[in-house]
Design a protein around this ligand. Structure first.
Ligand code: HEC
Ligand code: HEC
Length: 418
């Protein structure tokens, strides 16, 4: 049985990370509603539960998800205001660069995404005058969709490898973003292919880019937020049409989990760092301060670390108090079992902390899952790791109390603060 601990809105760090994934000037940053706040109304249908790790889930409201999606699409929650100021309402998703998404906007490179909410279901051939939410209900029933489904059933669509298989309207929207070629809107395809293939870069007709790939590179969470916005854009204040989380999970056949996302973002961030021309080193150096390392290596996304200001909210891993924990861990029967199994090898606190960082799977702290990001072994110089571990070993229970920080409820040692 899973011990399900529920956290509400405590996910500021994850969003910090989401922004970290894209060093983009128009980055929307963490949506205001996600910062820790007091619970409002138990289990209201306006709430979504997102898996944070095997044992944790967070609650966010559909309203906040939509706001976040709007900011990714338009760069603001209020695109009309932006238009009035003479700014193109273009966020990092860049959708409105090609698609008409609000009546006042000029854009005709791609099918409009706005339109009528109600329509006559018998007149659905070229249903470009209905809203994208209404259209998504129609698309999956079209002969044209079946044609693509058959066409790519064995080999998959050439750019994404996806086999079109949307079963619900929300799944159609999701598929459109990850695999635009899985269904090409009539009139918007590669010239000469009878619109059966999506146009290719350099072709005269604009191509719908794969939204999860460069240059737009939205991550899964951002895409979910964008779809939530598409599902509710035409019915402001009514969030009943938002089914995107179930749709995503059904479409991909797996749980939507933020941990997985953190890992992707981390890899992406390291990749960007590795490729960047900037002088910032791709790995932690001995001259970096502990605070810089915690930030650079995103430890703060998962761990609270007393005395390190950026690391005040992580909830995925244990409170990092190694001065207290390291020794106790080694002595624990669970650790000794891992030693006998040949997995864990530490005999001193310092070895324990190093092992935890470079080989997190060697021993899983009781109450937690194997959720720590791997690959830190290649991200430190030997001296940097040495100094950083010494620093972590100076922080214990006392420092945590002074910082007003406590263990997580799933740490079996219990609270520090009573
Ligand atoms: C560079 C131009 C461009 C950008 C940027 C772009 N699209 Fe598109 N989009 C297109 C074109 C062209 C099509 C039609 C061809 C196709 O179906 O692949 C399309 C098709 C779609 C469809 C299917 C429409 C239908 O009638 O079934 C959806 C949904 C969609 N885009 C959503 C988005 C969203 C959301 C974004 C932003 C995250 C976005 N697009 C960004 C060009 C673009
Ligand atoms: C994606 C989340 C995540 C990130 C990022 C992460 N950790 Fe962890 N960490 C965990 C989890 C979950 C555990 C407990 C499970 C385990 O033992 O592997 C853990 C365990 C640890 C432990 C053992 C703690 C104890 O009480 O025994 C140490 C030390 C540690 N992490 C240090 C770090 C450092 C340093 C960084 C950054 C370089 C980091 N972690 C980054 C999730 C994370």
């Amino acid at each position: 049985m899973k011990n399900r601990v529920r956290w509400r809105l405590f996910i500021a760090t994850a969003w910090l990370l989401v922004s970290l994934g894209s060093a983009n000037a128009s980055d929307p940053g963490p949506p205001s509603g996600f910062i820790a706040s007091t619970p409002t109304g138990e289990n209201s249908s306006n709430e979504l539960s997102i898996n944070l790790s095997n044992d944790l889930s967070i609650q966010i409201t559909k309203e906040d998800l939509v706001k976040y999606g709007m900011r990714i699409i338009f760069g603001t929650e209020d695109p009309l205001e932006a238009l009035k100021r003479g700014e193109g309402p273009i966020g990092k998703g860049q959708c409105a660069l090609c698609h008409k998404m609000i009546a006042e906007q000029q854009a005709d490179r791609a099918p409009p995404l706005i339109g009528l909410e109600s329509f006559d279901p018998s007149e659905l051939d070229l249903a470009l005058d209905i809203s994208i939410e209404a259209r998504s209900h129609v698309r999956i029933r079209e002969e044209r969709y079946r044609m693509y489904k058959e066409k790519y059933a064995s080999k998959g669509e050439p750019y994404s490898g996806f086999r079109p298989h949307a079963e619900s309207p929300g799944e159609y929207l999701i598929e459109s973003l990850y695999c635009p070629g899985c269904y090409v809107v009539y009139g918007y395809g590669l010239k000469g292919s009878d619109d059966k293939e999506s146009s290719i870069p350099g072709d005269k007709s604009p191509t719908m880019p794969r939204i999860n790939k460069p240059p737009i590179s939205l991550n899964d969470f951002e895409i979910v937020a964008v779809v939530a916005a598409l599902q509710s854009m035409h019915t402001p204040g009514d969030y009943s049409k938002i089914t995107v989380l179930e749709d995503w999970e059904h479409y991909f056949g797996k749980k939507f989990s933020i941990t997985q996302l953190l890992e992707e973002i981390f890899n992406e961030a390291s990749r960007l760092q590795d490729n960047s021309e900037s002088t910032s080193p791709p790995i932690a150096q001995a001259s970096d301060t502990p605070e810089q390392i915690v930030k650079m290596m995103v430890c703060f996304a998962c761990h609270k670390i007393p005395g390190v200001s950026i690391a005040g909210t992580g909830l995925i891993g244990p409170l990092l108090i190694m001065k207290t924990n390291a020794e106790n861990r080694i002595r624990s029967p669970e650790y000794q079992k891992a030693v006998q199994a040949g997995k864990a090898h530490a005999t001193s606190p310092k070895e324990y902390v190093i092992e935890s960082i470079i080989d997190p799977a060697a021993f899983i702290v009781p109450g937690f899952a194997d959720d720590m990001i791997k690959g830190f072994g290649h991200k430190f110089t030997v001296n940097a790791l040495d100094r950083f571990v010494d620093f972590l070993l100076t922080i214990g229970e006392k420092e945590a109390r002074e910082a007003g920080m406590d263990r997580l409820p799933n740490e079996k040692e219990g609270s520090l603060l009573q």
